[in-house]
Ligand binder design. Sequence first.
Ligand code: PRP
Ligand code: URA
Length: 208
Amino acid sequence: MKVNIIEHPLITHKLTMMRDKRTNPKDFKSLLKEISLLMAYEVTRNLPLEDIEIETPIMKITAKVIGGRSIGIVPILRAGLGMVDGILELVPSAKIGHIGCYRDPETLEPVEYYCKLPIDVEQRTVILVDPMLATGGSAGMAIDFIKQRGVTDIKFMCLIAAPEGVKALNKKHPDVEIYTAALDECLNEHAYIVPGLGDAGDRLFGTK
Ligand code: PRP
Ligand code: URA
């Protein structure tokens, strides 16, 4: 099983606050944004650098800036939306795409209802974001759409992954690196992550 678990006391603490069922949507939203920012630091660790010439107040130098491909951030609606602003604080020039899909409660299969990606998405490194990787159906389908548009460099970032979802995504898209803040125990009979944090979209938007 190939997965990068981003462990840091700040992330662990904030994730515990998000798991707590007493946390209200306003705080849940703030915590999701903060964790996304902290995780983005690790997810972007291997971005290539290139040389530019600049002049400090003292002298001319050759210094490094981020080069290579531009970044695209693609949230899976709805809950992925809560991760965009945190990443944008670190990578403000990123373009944003959106993929809408929900899990059919009966079949647990993902159902797509929206897909709008940046026009030049194939030239970008895409960071696909969704707080929850449960069966892996939604992320797997979203990656299918992104690859159909010619994207070759995709990273998937979530907060909580189930081993079942990691295995399914590794199998379907072995080239996509998975980054998560936690790898939980398993899925329950409704394919919810155990112990998880419940329904991320409902907790973020207060819809239940
Ligand atoms: C949740 C979550 C993921 C998906 C994960 O969304 O945000 O997109 O479930 O489950 P999977 O790995 O088994 O596909 P949901 O389908 O509840 O839609 P919502 O965000 O609109 O509530
Ligand atoms: N979707 C969620 O929002 N939470 C889960 O635990 C599983 C799927």
